[in-house]
Each structure stands twice: as structure tokens, then as C-alpha cells.
Write a protein that binds this ligand. Structure first.
Ligand SMILES: [Zn+2]
Length: 104
């Protein structure tokens, strides 16, 4: 899954709840985007990363932390950090950026 990693907080070898195998699981801070009518903002998100499945996931503690980051933006918002929808939007942004660069 595509994500911009801002910081790796910790790495522990344990049984990964994502893939079920024992391996080094990173806890990292990644960039997330908040999309609401008329605005897009970047907020950090704390997730565990499984490199076997290439998936970011959160436990209850990280979920609460992540929710707190977006609390001031309610309602209604969409939080994105990867996946097909976000990658599609990033593709649009790249296109917009290219158009602007050409205009300048
Ligand atoms: Zn795993």
C-alpha cells in the first residue's frame, strides 16, 4: 500500500496480527490527507506496518490517537493514506501539477 512514511517510531519482532507470522513489525507515522468540502489538510497517522502483506493497520491505542488528529476537522471529512481511491486522487494531482508546470 502506498504511503508516505514520516517517521519510524519503533520496530518489534512479534506475531503480526495482519498476516499471522512472526516478523519485525514497524510502528510508523505516515502522512494522511483530510479531505473536506473546500479544503485538504495533511495530518499524521500512527500505524503498524506489515511488510509481508504490505498493509498498514492500527490497534485500539493507535486508532484513538489517529481519531484525535482529525477531531478538529469534523464534520464531514474523508481520511486517506493509500489504497486505490487515494492513489487515483494522487494521480489527478500529478496531472494538475504537470499542467501548472507547463503553464508557467
Ligand atoms: Zn505481518
Amino acid at each position: 500500500m502506498m504511503a508516505q512514511v514520516l517517521q519510524i517510531v519503533a520496530e518489534d519482532t512479534r506475531v503480526c496480527p495482519c498476516c499471522g507470522e512472526s516478523h519485525a513489525v514497524q510502528e510508523c507515522i505516515i502522512a494522511r490527507r483530510i479531505v473536506a468540502p473546500g479544503m485538504v489538510a495533511q495530518v499524521p497517522g500512527r500505524y503498524f506496518y506489515c511488510d509481508k502483506a504490505d498493509e498498514y493497520f492500527e490497534d485500539h491505542e493507535l486508532h484513538a490517537w489517529n481519531e484525535a488528529q482529525v477531531g478538529g476537522f469534523m464534520p464531514p471529512v474523508t481520511v486517506e493514506f493509500g489504497g486505490a481511491a487515494a492513489e487515483g486522487m494522487m494521480e489527478n494531482e500529478r496531472n494538475d501539477g504537470a499542467a501548472k508546470a507547463e503553464a508557467v
